[in-house]
Design a protein around this ligand. Structure first.
Ligand code: PLP
Length: 387
């Protein structure tokens, strides 16, 4: 059976060039990059090149990019490293629609006495900047970090991080943005953005899992969370994940090339057409966050009064891979906490399915998926009425 993979916000397929670079790393370029002999130094140079490629993708200098094991570690470090570095600031400001890498770490810090302030948002999941502005006016001196994602993993909603960052700057408060669902899909230049910290992950742009990065603006200090050798300029101990990071370097180069084609503009219209066709054909369905600007690849459709789990299983039987909410929470029967926090009614949140494209997605696959989704939803609705 043919597979139509529409779960790219969970992970993307590594490009063949990435796999080749990783294989070469495992078979030939395997020495320890900290070793002073020729083999070690060759690997060291290759890592430098990978860091340059990843830095270029986000617009920073190589020395301002810290390699991590992915988005979760980068976000965790931004939060805990900022709290520990500024002991007289004991407040974290974030939202309930953040990925669990931020949300759960904020909750873990709350258990240790940190005050977590959850910003309000509208029905589309866009953060209320006026509320942030008011908060900063009264509490700026207490806040260790504001952490707001660039793009939401479930809905694709884009947060106004330009405005948020400027507010933070005005009040001299650090700002971290989780850009895991943005980097590699849309252009970004951290030089032009008022962010202090920005995290990303290779497996969301056709790189390997277990590799990512944290951009750290010059002068921003973080307390290291993985302590060991002097790796990553004393900021993260441990021998580097050489195959993963070399794979990420190649993935970053390929993403930079693809972004220059601006093909996402066409693909956004494919996503819009897909949504429109599904909503029309399936009936009693709505696109979550349709009132806000979203990343071109993400579509989250709520099929009222159906269970997402049932839809996903039937889609899977017919070769369509999609998901409900974040990959790390699949298996849970609760509706997505992100959609619930946005104020989406439970009957819609329960039946919400995320379809996410990648740069390799074909228009014909989307057209075929419309038919399959419609068939599944119609079938489930007919069972409902006969029960
Ligand atoms: N942040 C967002 C928005 C994500 O979508 C993800 C992964 O799904 C992460 C963070 C975590 O990244 P990683 O899987 O590299 O730890």
């Amino acid at each position: 059976m043919k597979t139509i993979y529409l779960d790219n916000n969970a992970t993307t397929c590594p490009s063949s060039e990435v796999v080749a670079a990783m294989m070469e790393s495992l078979t030939q370029c395997w020495a320890n990059p900290s070793s002073i002999h020729r083999l070690g130094q060759t690997v060291h140079q290759r890592l430098d090149l990978a860091r340059e490629s990843a830095s270029k993708l986000i617009g920073c200098k190589s020395r301002d990019l810290l390699f991590t094991s992915g988005g979760t570690e980068a976000a965790n470090l931004a939060i805990v490293g900022s709290l520990q570095q500024q002991p007289d600031r004991t407040v974290i400001v974030t939202t309930r629609t953040e990925h669990s890498a931020v949300r759960e770490m904020a909750l873990a810090q709350a258990m240790r006495g940190v005050e977590v302030i959850w910003l309000p948002m509208d029905i589309n999941g866009v953060v209320d900047c006026d509320a942030l502005s008011e908060l900063l006016r009264s509490r700026a001196g207490d806040i260790a970090l504001v952490s707001i994602m660039r793009a939401n993993n479930e809905t694709g909603v884009i947060q106004p991080i330009e405005d948020i960052g400027l507010l933070c700057r005005e009040h001299e408060v650090r700002f971290h943005s989780d850009a895991v669902q943005w980097v590699g899909k849309l252009p970004i230049d951290v030089k032009q953005l008022p962010v202090d910290l920005l995290s990303f992950s290779a497996h969301k742009f056709h790189g390997p899992k277990g590799a990512g990065g944290l951009y750290i603006r010059r002068g921003v200090r973080l307390t290291a969370q993985i302590v060991g050798g002097p790796h990553e300029r004393q900021r993260r101990g441990g021998t580097e994940n050489v195959p993963g990071l070399l794979g990420m370097g190649i993935a970053a180069e390929l993403a930079t090339q693809w972004l220059a084609t601006e093909q996402w503009k066409t693909m956004e219209s494919w996503r819009d057409a897909f949504e429109q066709a599904v909503v029309e054909a399936a009936g009693n369905a709505a696109v979550n966050s349709s009132g806000a600007t979203r990343v071109w690849n993400t579509s989250n459709i709520g099929f009222n009064r159906l269970e997402a789990e049932a839809i996903l299983l039937m889609l899977s039987e017919r070769g369509v891979c999609a998901s409900a909410g974040a990959a790390c929470s699949s298996g849970s029967l609760d509706p997505s906490p992100v959609l619930m926090a946005m104020g989406i009614p439970a009957a819609q949140a329960h039946g919400s399915v995320r379809f996410s494209l990648c740069r390799e997605t074909k228009k014909a696959e989307l057209d075929e998926a419309v038919g399959i989704v419609t068939e599944v939803v119609t079938k489930l609705r007919s069972t409902m009425t006969t029960v």
